[in-house]
Ligand binder design. Sequence first.
Ligand code: 6PG
Length: 468
Amino acid sequence: MKHKSDWGIIGMGVMGTSLARNMARNGLNVSLFNRHLEGLEEKVAAAKVTRYPELAQAQPFDALQAFVESLATPRKLLLMLPAGDAVAQMLTDLSDFIQEEDIIIDGGNSHFEDTQRRMNSGAVYAKNYLGMGISGGASGALWGPSMMPSGNQQAYGVVAQDLEKIAAKTASGTSCCTYIGAGGAGHFTKMVHNGMEYAEMQLIAEMYVFLRASKLSNAAISTLFDTWSQTASNSYLLSISAAILKVKEGTHDLIDLILDKAGNKGTGAWATQIGAALGVSNSMMAAALYARFNAADKKLRIQLSQLFDTSPKTPEIELDHLLHAYDFCRLINHYQGFRMLESASAEYRWGLELSAIANVWRSGCILKSELMDRLFEKLKTHSILEHPEFQSELIHGFEALKKVLRTGISSNIPLPVCSAAQQFFLQMTQEKGSAHLIQAQRDYFGAHRYQRLDDESGSFYHTDWENQ
Ligand code: 6PG
């Protein structure tokens, strides 16, 4: 009779396999499950055991009941499946074989509302169901991802030690896995991470396009990004961008051979929608998402480029201004992301700790950066826009960004995410805005009423505008 495994991993895709290898390397016994699909997915788990030496002791299955029975109780199951139907179907199938004490963790990119619904469903798995955002891609999953679990805190207590062991560690040795909060807070946090990731990626792409229009070669831009990476601007995404720009295919730079059209798996769109539903501005991730949509509309772009001449002209800008503008935009992106978390925490009563989330994002994930290291400390007391230590960076960065945008506009360089950062900061730092006219317009056509500056009680007034 074989020993019972500590963990069962369901779904032997790249992430599931890498996490299983990570667990095994860290001394945990694992059972592996992958569905059997005639001619398409056959003996997938067994093939992983043969392929990866760390998995030599793992037990592979393609029959669900035998897989579940191979686990020590209470069973600890990690689902690494595509969000949506695949998770729903697996939970239905598992319900026949599991007990209420068993702990199921959804480690995919599920929508946080699905996760919350599953927790409240009354199903056999509901009580101890955990949602866990995982970031870091395949290599993060293998060597230490950033993990964002949420749900029943007692259930988390049972799995905490194992998860914290396999997660990435910060330079000071703390684990980049911590209990995030109740309900779907973990998947929500990962969704915001991805929205911020979209904006960070698009920001670097905007810097790149600006520099290319300035006639810098890919190699020169790579060197510049490497130089920026030696400063407090360092981030994982910047460093991989520098590396990407060095790659050659024959005599060509590979980047020049890649179609300028990017897809998306949906978490950026969710983040954008939910920011709007919460009533917080996440204009940078929204701008990055729309930039992807516009990029994907390549055929139309080709047609329209023949109707309108907006081809880029060579801009002139000091590289220092570009760097300070870039840093400024990143501060605004992080401000917006953390504000979104704060507002969701209030709405859903999750009790999120922003500094603890920054800590989880300091290593293992796509957003890891020097800035995140700073935010771990700074967010304990103030938001980015209110913290005295960010004041002078924001003031100087804003001036640099205005120079970049002025040059960008006159040189026909699209900078949607940079522009979103500038407009957000400008609007948020002016006491008097433009919404008094909006109030009056709404009252004119819809009798929605308005509040007055000269009445501090906040009472609402209506004017018969047409008979004035
Ligand atoms: C991560 C990534 C990961 C994945 C995204 C990409 O944190 O490891 O965010 O989850 O790369 O799914 O999403 P898009 O396909 O939408 O860019």
